[in-house]
Design a protein around this ligand. Sequence first.
Ligand code: VG1
Ligand code: CO
Length: 554
Amino acid sequence: MPPATRPKVRAVQTVTIKSTPIDGQKPGTSGLRKKTRVFMQPGYLENFVQAIWQGIGGPKGKTFVVGGDGRFFNDSAIQIILRMAAAGQATRVIVGQNGLLSTPAASHLIRLRGTDGGIILSASHNPGGPDEDFGIKFNMANGGPANETLTDRIFAATQTITGYDTLQTPDIDLARLGETHLGDMVVEVVDPVTDYAALMETLFDFDAIRGWFQSGHNMRFDAMHAVTGPYAKEILERRLGAPKGTVLNATPLPDFGGGHPDPNPIWAKPLVDMVMGADAPDFAAASDGDGDRNMILGRGVYVTPSDSLAVLAANAHLTPGYAAGLVGVARSMPTSGAVDRVAKARGMACFETPTGWKFFGNLLDDRRITLCGEESAGTGSNHVREKDGLWAVLLWLNILATTGQSVTTLLADHWRAFGRNFYSRHDYEAVDSDTATDLMNGLRAKLATLPGQSLSAGQIVDADEFAYDDPVDGSRSAGQGLRVMFDTGARLVFRLSGTGTEGATIRVYLEAFTDDPARFGDTPETALSAIIDSAETLMPIKSATGRKGPDVTT
Ligand code: VG1
Ligand code: CO
């Protein structure tokens, strides 16, 4: 006779699969990113996950969060990770329903549930699909990306791997909410939006924002067929009462509808055209594949991410979550100095970190900063340990609602108070790696001789290769980008991307400053023309690559 109730836990056999190290599993700015087909090779993902386990001292007895941005291979990858976590005797894994979790929502869940960390599957703003990109990263118990020490340990483990443990079990149903068992491990499938939306309600004045919509203001949010769709629908349309249709491209698709889920004027051009057109909404925003980036637009205006960070730093105290004021701010080195001017005027600490969110974690944990951001459309605060696209949108909305100002007037007032940092980034993508290295080496070799030289952007007062000394743990991160500073307040930065999957991407960061109100209305093209010219003089990218100009300008 069969037993009346089936035992919940079925004994399953752990199998050890032999494996050998795979070259090139070195995490970049934000985890390991490769072509999807590379990840789909048998053992490729498994090797990296096993290396994560080794890096953190094994999964045994631990609890993790796992989720991703829904791109192609997201679901299969999660099944592989669940089996390996169970084989390694993890206690519990919390997974977003259908495998979905935005990066900031994953960070929040790790913190909320006090887990030992989490695995996030995403290649962020890179396109998705079998011939596009995939990625994986480990976040620590503070909810933030693995720091440099842990990243180095994981990479070291990829180079000595001999095998990995897994189970031979059928797939878990990730559509069904609730708990199931995989071996002895509990798999808990949760709604990806609920806890995140609740957190947002604690930070912002939802009544004020609701009132802003009710009084006839409108906005558009472009989820770019990526993970923020369900979050934006719930928060903007359901909880804040924005009309249906406010959220565009709201269904996450494995290939993001064929585009790059990258919220910038190139890839979110339809939204930019909309705000520049006749029936422009008061406010518009977009987020990226995994929901950690944001683009901010007003009627007739694009707000550079560097300016957005500065405006938020100057006005955050008008919102409930930040009413006590900010203890300090931080920006990545290539981000413009606009936020520094706010910090100086308000007597706040201001830190300059290397590119990548992992460097903000210590400053946030140690309560040295409240707000931080990057020029690449990333803004965040101490509420999680990742940048957070929708959070930035809500902070803007709350400020618009509380001040009653438009994006244009807020920005104009900001420049009048602090001056204007014109800013742009030029990306040269898929450059031959040797050519890119030669170009960087060429400029590096000249750095010491530059101060005193005059170029069209002014006289060079300083030039160096940025290195960061973490004030909290004392670690040093060298080789973080070449900087050239001019007596006019202009600045040039050159660095190689650490998230690309093809050849090398050279990023040129261009900045010019003015406190002359007569020049606040200049176009960025005019204001930056001299520094653009000086960039090519210092690093002849166009002549070395034979290209006419950058592939992407933001
Ligand atoms: C880029 C951005 C950087 C950002 C990183 C991850 O890195 O420049 O500011 O932190 O992407 O963001 P890189 O090394 O390519 O310049 V995301 O939204 O791709 O996780
Ligand atoms: Co992202």
